[in-house]
Design a protein around this ligand. Sequence first.
Ligand code: NAD
Length: 262
Amino acid sequence: MTDWLADDVAVVTGGASGNGRAISTTLAEHGADVVVADIQKEPREGGDPTHELVESEYGQRGEFVECDVTNMDQLENVFDAAEALGGVSILVNNAGITEDTQFLDETEDDFDRIMDINVKGPFFAAQFAAERMVDADREGSIVNIASISGIVGRGNGVVYSASKGALRLMTYALAASLGPYGIRVNDVSPGVVETSMTHDDLGMFETDAAEQYAGRTPLGRVGRPKDIGNAVLYLASPLADFVNGESLVVDGGATNSHGIES
Ligand code: NAD
């Protein structure tokens, strides 16, 4: 526990569950007040709502705002709620959905839904956040949660891969655009992390897919949400003051290696 983020108000989209929940509590552990923006208050994996943990476990102010990141009015409400706490200085664009669909079966609806949540939502959340930071002359940090699927393609997730690739490049373009205002923009690209997404949506733990992935990972396991929370903490904190337009892959070495055998 540090006071690195003692002056910060963080907005975490998709903060109710999984990675977003660990990101929210990790930022609170290091002094940030947190606005959790999600379509649902209850964590998908069960337990107390994240914003309540922010208060009860970490003694920070925690707020929940019901928000679908594709709805501009709801998104704006989130940043208004952050203003009431002192104004957003950290935005984590974490809300995202995946798919497990063969390319030949993909529909226009699949394409639009995934792109809207994974790309359009982060774009306008970044715009709402940056407007407020610039108006208040407040420096800040935006962290986008992309994926290794935005670096290497996933055959049964073509739209997902395209959306995360777009989010990575959006990160670099935003870093160029917002750097002059003292707003840093980076991404964290996780490998497989054990959350409801990989359990319930992709069924990776019901088959041996997660185990196989862990076996191909030099560190021998899949990721934990806290691994992602810690990476976001670094990028949002003063330790990363000169880090801008960077992509931090958090996958135990899986993407950049051929596995444990040479
Ligand atoms: P999750 O499904 O456990 O949690 C996602 C949260 O986002 C949920 O609380 C959900 O209600 C919320 N959400 C979904 N659609 C939303 C919307 N339209 N507006 C607001 N909130 C919405 O998933 P997770 O695994 O924690 O994934 C979080 C992020 O991490 C996603 O962007 C995902 O693509 C990324 N990621 C996950 C993995 C993994 O292996 N779990 C790997 C790489 C990247």
